[in-house]
Design a binder for this molecule. Structure first.
Ligand code: SAH
Ligand code: SF4
Ligand code: F3S
Length: 438
C-alpha cells in the first residue's frame, strides 16, 4: 500500500489559549490521518487554515483581510479552511464573502477535521455537537509545558460575550481522560500543565455520559498526584465561583502556580449587574483580599472591559478604585465591542462614545504600568525559583517563577527544563534579570 504523499499545512491561530489547543489538535489529527506536516511558509502550503476568534470585532475583520491575502499568494492548488469561533457564528456567510474558502469548521466541531478537509464547500458548525470524549491524536509538541482542555463550551450568560453562542453549552471532559492526557504529556517531558476551560471552576457539573458530578478542586487534586508534574496552571477561573474549598486548595497545594487570573471586567456593581457577572465590587474585593492575605507571594491578573454601555464616569472610577486596591500584576484591557447574539446589544442606545472609551482605556493602561513597575522592583535582591524553558539568541535563558514572572539569566541550554534558584539583580516593567545561584 502506498503511503499518501506528504502535504504541507500552514495554520494561523487567533484568539485565546483554547483556540491554541484546538489548533494543536487540528495539526495532530491531520498529521496522523492525512500525512500533513506543518510549514511556516504560507506560499508552499497545500492547506491553509485560519483558526478564528469572534470575541471582539477586530479579529473578525482580521480574518477577512488575511484570507484575502492568502488567496492571492497561495499555490494554485492550495485549499483554505476557516475554523474556530468566527466559523461557528458566521457559517456559510464566510463563503459568501470569500467564495475561495474550501471549508468552514466551527469550534467544538474540531474533531471532524480529518473528514471535512477533503470536502469542498463543507460547513460544519453544529453548536450542539459534543466532542468532549473524542480522543485526539497525540500532538507531541509539548516540551516543558502542555495545555489540556477540561471542558467545552460555556454556560454563563455574560451579556457582552459571544463565546456561549460560538462554543455552545458547557460539557466537562471526563476526569480520567484529562489525567491520562496530562500523564502522557509528562511522560514526554512536560513538567507544567495549563488546564483550560471558559469557566474552569464549573468543571464537573455536566458530562455527556451522565455520570456523577465532581468539582474543579477534585480535578486539581487528581492531576496533582501525577509524578513528575511540578506545576499546575489554569485559565479562566470565574471570581463568582472561587469558593472557600477552591481557595483552600490554592493555598495548600504546592503544585498550583501562585499566579491567579481573576477577571474583574468592571469595578462598578451596577455595570457588573448589567454584565450579569453575579458578584459586586465589594464581593470581588473581599475575595481578592482573602487570596492576597493567605498567599503573600500571589500574583493576581485580570481582564477589564471599559465603556460597557451605560458606563458613567462614576462607574469607571469604581473600576479605577478596584485597580488601585488590588494592584493587579497584569491587566488585559479591552474596549467594549458590540457582538452579535449577545444581550448587551439591547443596550445600544447607552453606547459610550469611542473617544471616551479610548481615554478610559489609556487611563487604565497608564495606572497599571505604575503598579507593574512597583511589583517588579519589589523583587530586586530576592531569591526566586525558576523553571527555565527557552534559549534566547543573545545568550540569555528565560523561564518563569512559580508565580509566573519571566526571568532572564546568562546561561546555556544546560538550564532548560530545570527548576533553579536565581538571585534577582534587575527589573523592567514586565520581566526580571538575575544570576543563577550555584
Ligand atoms: N471565559 C473567559 C474568557 C472570555 S474572553 C473568562 O470569562 O475569563 C476573554 C476576555 O475578553 C473576557 O474576559 C473579556 O474581558 C473580553 N471580552 C469578551 N467579550 C468582549 C466584548 N464584547 N468586548 C470587549 N471585550 C470582551
Ligand atoms: Fe464569556 Fe462569561 Fe463565558 Fe467567559 S464566563 S466565556 S466572559 S460568557
Ligand atoms: Fe475568541 Fe472563541 Fe477564544 S471567541 S477568545 S477564540 S473562545
Amino acid at each position: 500500500m502506498s503511503k499518501e504523499e506528504n502535504k504541507k499545512l500552514f495554520i494561523e491561530t487567533l484568539g485565546c489559549q483554547m483556540n491554541d489547543t484546538d489548533s494543536q489538535h487540528i495539526i495532530a489529527e491531520l498529521k496522523e490521518h492525512k500525512n500533513y506536516s506543518t510549514t511556516n511558509n504560507m506560499e508552499e502550503a497545500d492547506l491553509i487554515i485560519i483558526n478564528t476568534c469572534s470575541v471582539r470585532e477586530k479579529p473578525v475583520q482580521k480574518l477577512f483581510s488575511e484570507i484575502g491575502q492568502f488567496n492571492k499568494k497561495k499555490k494554485d492548488t492550495a485549499k483554505i479552511g476557516v475554523c474556530g469561533c468566527t466559523a461557528s457564528h458566521l457559517g456559510e456567510d464566510i463563503m459568501k464573502r470569500a467564495p475561495y474558502v474550501d471549508f468552514v469548521l466551527g469550534a467544538r466541531n474540531i474533531s471532524k477535521i480529518k473528514d471535512i478537509v477533503d470536502k469542498k464547500g463543507a460547513v460544519e458548525i453544529d453548536i450542539d455537537y459534543d466532542d468532549s470524549t473524542y480522543q485526539f491524536a497525540q500532538s507531541g509538541t509539548s516540551l516543558y509545558k502542555t495545555s489540556v482542555n477540561i471542558s467545552i463550551g460555556c454556560d454563563k450568560e455574560c451579556t457582552y460575550c459571544i463565546v456561549p453562542a460560538t462554543r455552545g453549552e458547557e460539557i466537562s471532559i471526563p476526569l480520567e481522560m484529562i489525567v491520562q492526557q496530562v500523564a502522557k504529556d509528562v511522560a514526554n517531558g512536560a513538567v507544567e500543565v495549563t488546564l483550560l476551560g471558559q469557566n474552569v471552576n464549573s468543571y464537573g457539573r455536566r458530562f455527556s455520559d451522565g455520570r456523577e458530578k465532581t468539582s474543579f478542586t477534585k480535578l486539581l487534586q487528581e492531576v496533582s498526584k501525577i509524578d513528575g508534574l511540578e506545576r499546575i496552571r489554569f485559565s479562566s477561573p470565574h471570581p463568582l465561583h472561587m469558593d472557600d474549598e477552591f481557595i483552600e486548595e490554592l493555598v495548600k497545594n504546592p503544585k498550583i502556580s501562585k499566579c491567579i487570573h481573576m477577571p474583574l471586567q468592571s469595578g462598578s456593581t451596577s455595570i457588573l449587574k448589567d454584565m450579569k457577572r453575579g458578584y459586586s465590587k465589594e464581593g470581588f474585593l473581599k475575595r481578592a483580599k482573602k487570596i492576597r492575605d493567605l498567599i503573600p507571594e500571589v500574583r493576581i491578573t485580570t481582564d477589564i472591559i471599559v465603556a460597557f454601555p451605560g458606563e458613567t464616569q462614576e462607574d469607571f472610577e469604581d473600576t479605577i478604585d478596584v485597580i488601585n486596591q488590588v494592584k493587579f500584576d497584569q491587566i488585559f484591557n479591552f474596549k467594549y465591542s458590540p457582538r452579535p447574539n449577545t444581550q448587551a446589544l439591547e443596550l445600544e442606545e447607552k453606547e459610550i462614545a469611542d473617544n471616551i472609551g479610548s481615554a478610559r482605556l489609556t487611563e487604565v493602561i497608564e495606572l497599571h504600568k505604575l503598579h507593574q513597575s512597583e511589583h517588579m522592583e519589589s523583587n530586586i535582591g530576592k531569591t526566586v525559583n525558576v523553571l527555565f524553558e527557552s534559549l534566547k539568541p543573545n545568550g540569555e535563558v528565560s523561564g518563569f517563577t512559580d508565580n509566573y514572572v519571566q526571568v532572564f539569566v546568562k546561561g546555556s541550554d544546560e538550564l532548560l527544563g530545570r527548576f533553579i534558584d536565581v538571585k534577582i539583580t534587575g527589573a523592567s516593567r514586565t520581566s526580571l534579570k538575575g544570576e543563577v545561584i550555584n
